[in-house]
Write a protein that binds this ligand. Sequence first.
Ligand code: BG6
Length: 480
Amino acid sequence: MSKLSFPEGFLWGGACAANQFEGAWNVDGKGPSVPDMCTNGSHTSPKWITVAHRADRLYPSHEAVDFYHRYEEDIALLAEMGFKAFRTSISWSRIFPTGTESEPNEKGLAFYDRVFECCLKYGIEPIVTISHYEMPYALVERFNGWESRETIGLFMNYCRSIFKRYSAKVKYWLTFNEINGGIAPLGALLSTGTIRGYEGPVTEIPDDPQSRFQAIHHQLVASAMAVKYAHENYPHFKLGNMNVFAASYPLTPDPDDIIANQKQMNMFCWFCSDIQVRGEYPHYARRFFEEKGIDIKMAEGDREILREGTVDFYTCSYYMTNCTTTHADAGVSNGNLVGGCKNPYLKSSDWGWQIDPKGLRWSLNEIYSRYRIPIMVVENGLGAFDKKDEDGKINDTYRIEYLRQHIEQMKEAVRDGVDLIAYTPWGCIDLVSASTGEMAKRYGFVFVNKFDDGSGDLSRERKASFYWYQKVIESNGAEL
Ligand code: BG6
């Protein structure tokens, strides 16, 4: 029987991450995380990471949009839109302030009890990212983040604590947000924490692929260990990966472009998920490492752990696509962690990310043919400048259009036979941008009165997209 639309029980919702929306960076025993050491910036002036807080700079994660104190109001708004699921993350340094304590911070644990209880009260399923682009900053200082094997054991202490505490409240877990983000140079800051001692613009972090790939190996092992441990101890849990799916197309039919694009797709879009879903390093990685002079140190037993800790479902973020070419005359384009060259058939967002709804259908088909496990699109959306119209409302028709086109293509993918089970667009409540540290790049259905200079009373307002998405959910995607 053909499935013509979204299946019954489809998890419509939205996504946020602790460091970008909780604020309360040093409240109730929380320790500083990597993003807590980052200043604000914009897409023309990069944010900085500093080794100590500087009085002359603004650190947007410190207050962010204060979800920590406003979670009840925020979750009520999500419930009003009819959310079935809410993807959020736990801040590691709220639970283990320096990452090395032997006992978890009770006040931190209690906060997420309140958050998950509030979600469940409204029938909203929490989808929890264990590590979303933040780690205790102390682990950067001590171990250079994930470059050290020690971090795996500390991460497992954290996982054991949160699995135990929330076993009755959370069923869906994602191990690392955009684990392949570490493949891109900016991933050293966002994901692998391999930035010990560095202070300066995040765009000028010295590039060190050896340390990033060693760190990614440790994250992959840690992810597999967490999955294996959860499967053995909490059989009702479902564990997923999380990958940036920044698809690219060959710019021309020149066979050199086809090969260059295949290499790009292999090492950026497939490498991590091939390991997390299939349980082993893919064949193409060997040559890549050889040519780049990267030597990954594996401990005895790592291959076995990777084999035994494969995920139950696949998740990704999807915002944009790029093209790859070997021809020198192609225009350059920005993107989520990786850029590429311009596609003459696509338009770009204000931040230069190329908007490609049909690419989502193509990507979902590629992913499903390769892995044959359920898929969640756990991030998607348009980062845009929002402003109030004369009637005082935020008529974000551009955002509605972006989301509508992407949902239409997800529907096509479902009709193609893809087992898609959830959609949680990014930043459902406005929050701080991960790449640029600004508030001006907004994604939400809910506007937050907070601006880049730190001003604003943090009040919440429903945008036009709020009411539109409410209808989408109510009609299970029939009314777009
Ligand atoms: C993803 C991240 O890369 O994209 C999020 O998982 C991030 O944390 C989102 O916020 C959008 O990127 P940006 O840079 O616009 O915030």
